[in-house]
Design a protein around this ligand. Structure first.
Ligand code: COA
Length: 197
């Protein structure tokens, strides 16, 4: 079987293939590490992702579209808490709900593993990520001063409480459905305009 190619992170989404989310496996790790290096300021070594796969507390998902990996997200779940470690979507595929769908997938998996609350750190100036987390029930509860050593930026500490309760699960289901419906609609629109061309 041929190896999966690393997509150009800036190539715009073609919108004609369905989005597929799946747990990250060993052969995904060099691709995720390459995309992480290309797109984000905190570059993890490929070995760090491989190590994570052997950690029973760690859960990582990748999102595929347009023939390759376009997003990834991960967390550790210990006792009743989930701690998000990473969320990223390549530039050409942002703004289509992929980040939202990845975070929902992880929150639902965290609940299946017994978590009742989730936390993460986010850069103080990363408003796009903060809006995504706020929509999914996270609230800012404090700061870690100069947490990001590359820019000396503060981290906001966000928590989502009671992620296991039925109203939280239902809220995520509704947001997921709406994100999926928008994507399907965009896909069929793109497919139609290609056919019309
Ligand atoms: C933060 C990040 C993961 C968000 O990923 P994303 O896939 O663009 O997220 P979503 O598409 O789910 O949501 C982003 C926006 O797109 C909008 N959107 C969602 N579905 C959409 C659709 N089908 N069509 C158009 N816009 C849509 C959302 O409403 C949201 O808008 P807002 O910024 O006004 O709130 C991405 O920007 C990223 O990788 N950034 C760099 C790394 C990073 O900051 N990671 C987080 C560290 S804590």
């Amino acid at each position: 079987m041929s190896a999966e190619r690393v997509l150009d992170p800036d190539a715009p989404c073609q919108g004609v293939t369905p989005l597929v989310l799946s747990p990250m496996v060993a052969k995904d790790t060099p691709i995720v590490a390459a995309l992480e290096r290309a797109c984000f300021s905190s570059a993890w070594e490929p070995s760090a992702f491989l190590n994570e796969l052997s950690n029973p507390a760690a859960v990582y998902y990748v999102a595929r579209c347009c023939g390759g990996i376009v997003g990834f997200a991960g967390m550790w779940v210990a006792m009743d808490e989930a701690h998000f470690t990473l969320v990223g979507v390549v530039r050409g595929h942002r703004g289509q709900g992929i980040g939202t769908l990845l975070v929902i997938e992880l929150l639902d998996e965290a609940v299946r593993r017994g978590a009742t609350r989730a936390t993460l750190e986010v850069r103080e100036l990363n408003f796009a990520a903060q809006r995504l987390y706020l929509r999914l029930g996270f609230k800012s509860v404090g700061k870690r001063p100069r947490y990001y050593t590359d820019t000396d930026e503060d981290a906001l500490i966000m928590w989502a409480e009671k992620i296991h309760l039925p109203d939280a699960v239902e809220r995520r289901r509704v947001i997921r459905e709406s994100a999926e419906a928008t994507r399907t609609c965009r896909s069929s629109l793109s497919a139609r305009s290609e056919a019309d061309a």
